[in-house]
Design a protein around this ligand. Structure first.
Ligand code: CAO
Length: 446
């Protein structure tokens, strides 16, 4: 004898509504009690809903993206009485009458054991700040909870079983979430690499854990989620790409005057024409001249993949950390279209409305700190791209010309590049070319 049971969303605490972000089972799958069925995500937490019984999945009633709340139907489970569901407790019907499937909400204590609730990192750090005085040592769990990469408990379990450090895995799911397939891909890659790596490869000494409370008062502030995700990529790029940074400058006196005049004429518009739009335009012209800067190394490192499209990313500083939205086909857009799109994407980034698609497919990146200040910096290449332009603050400087010093507006900029792909000579050819473009904007219209 078996019984069809309706499995419902259990009490999920004070979360009013959550999104189904993963379905971990399929019709006809056999599940055991406590095995996760689906993963939910709200703005507060990510959690798995486990099966209350052993049985066979007969019908799924939710799909990825559904918004659910307590009491919503997840699926129909066929439970054989001998498999552990006492007939007296729940059975109301036999298989021949599926329309009478029984309702079985998962009780809070069995549904959401604490190990299955993953606190989402706060986007603004202040509420999570914790003041500590010297002796009590900071609770370890705070660090552990907040430094976790974005993955469901099921994926964490698999990675634990396989000994995979999830901070090393790049997530391909929504919002960079790590999926089971990503872990499998990572393991495959690691196994392939293990055969290639000679034993004398670089071994990094471990950073010692320091108890700072021994030296004075401290407070713990969890890193925003974007920082933990981008930090992993930055670290990888820093360690694996042989970087060179070329510094240069451009005389943008005329460009600035032109930009100001345009801004006056377009004062009715909702966006402003800023230097960044010109930089993007000039960069595209330079990339066309030097296509191997608009490229990626293939995974084997033997071929260069030269892109014929010009999707230019630009770094945006937000409360939650650095994000890089991408302006697609920048070569096909005029200055005002670029300025409008930069403004729209910048606003979207700051309001945390960027979608993964907004940040994918970049072929080159510009990081402009000029609005803030600074004279020079060395940006980290945004792999798999091979070069990145860093822009600092323009300043009036005396320039010697025709026997006298004249005041000119000079823009300092730097280009970091992957030395496996770009030689130093080409690096400086690129920056010189870019400088000429910016110094005489008539070049941009050619
Ligand atoms: N030199 C002098 N002034 C500059 C300048 C430069 N290189 N770049 C911008 N400015 C000026 C602008 O003209 C503007 O002046 P007004 O306020 O008088 O109009 C002001 O600085 C502010 O500009 P902005 O930064 O708001 O606009 P933008 O188009 O130049 O930049 C964006 C947009 C999104 C790139 C920028 O806001 C930003 O987030 N920058 C940070 C990027 C970052 O964090 N990079 C680091 C990555 S590596 O960790």
């Amino acid at each position: 004898m078996s019984t069809l049971k309706e499995i419902l969303i259990p009490d999920i605490g004070d979360i009013e509504q959550a999104e189904v972000i993963e379905i971990l089972v399929a019709p006809e799958d056999r599940v055991t009690a406590e095995e996760p069925l689906i993963t939910l995500e709200s703005d507060k937490a990510t959690m798995e809903i486990p099966s209350p019984h052993t049985g066979v999945i007969r019908e799924l009633k939710v799909t990825v993206g559904d918004k659910v709340t307590q009491g919503d139907l997840i699926l129909i489970l066929e439970v054989a009485d001998e498999l552990g569901a006492p007939a007296t407790e729940t059975s109301t019907s036999s298989l021949s009458a599926p329309e009478q499937a029984e309702t079985v909400p998962v009780t809070p204590d069995t549904a959401l054991p604490s190990r299955q609730i993953e606190a989402a990192a706060e986007s603004t750090p202040l509420p999570g700040e914790k003041a500590l005085s010297p002796p009590p040592v900071p609770p370890k769990s705070t660090d552990e909870n907040t430094s976790k990469p974005h993955a469901s408990p099921a994926v964490r379990r698999i990675s634990r079983e396989l000994g995979v450090d999830l901070t090393q895995v790049t997530g391909s799911g929504p919002k960079g979430r790590i999926l089971k397939g990503d872990v499998q891909l990572f393991v495959k890659g690691a196994m392939a690499k293990a055969e290639e790596i000679p034993s004398h490869d670089l071994v990094l000494p471990k950073m010692p854990a320091v108890d700072y409370t021994k030296f004075g008062e401290i407070k713990i502030r969890p890193l925003p989620r974007i920082k933990t995700l981008s930090g992993t990529n930055l670290h990888r790029n820093w360690l694996t790409i042989p970087h060179v940074t070329q510094f240069d400058e451009a005389d943008i006196t005329d460009l600035e005057a032109f930009c100001k005049a345009q801004t006056k004429d377009s004062s009715q518009q909702s966006f402003k024409l800023t230097l960044l739009a010109f930089l993007m335009k000039a960069t595209v012209v330079a990339l066309k001249k030097y296509p191997h800067f608009n490229a990626s190394l293939d995974p084997g490192g033997k071929n260069l993949v030269i892109k014929k499209y010009f999707h230019i990313g630009f770094a945006v500083d937000t409360n939650a950390g650095l994000v890089v939205p991408v302006v697609r086909n920048a070569d096909c857009k005029g200055l005002f279209d670029l300025a409008r799109e930069l403004s729209e994407l910048g606003t979207k980034a700051r309001e945390k409305r960027l979608t993964p698609a907004d940040m994918q497919g970049g072929s080159f990146t510009i990081s402009s700190l000029g609005g803030i200040g600074g004279t020079a910096f060395t940006p980290i290449v945004n792999a798999p791209e091979v070069a990145i332009l860093g822009v600092s603050r323009a300043a009036m400087k005396p320039v010697y010309s025709d026997g006298e010093f004249v005041p000119r507006l000079i823009l300092p900029f730097s280009l970091s590049y992957d030395h496996r792909v770009i030689d130093g000579a080409d690096g400086v050819r690129f920056t010189r070319y870019l400088s000429n473009m910016l110094s005489d904007i008539r070049n941009l219209s050619l």
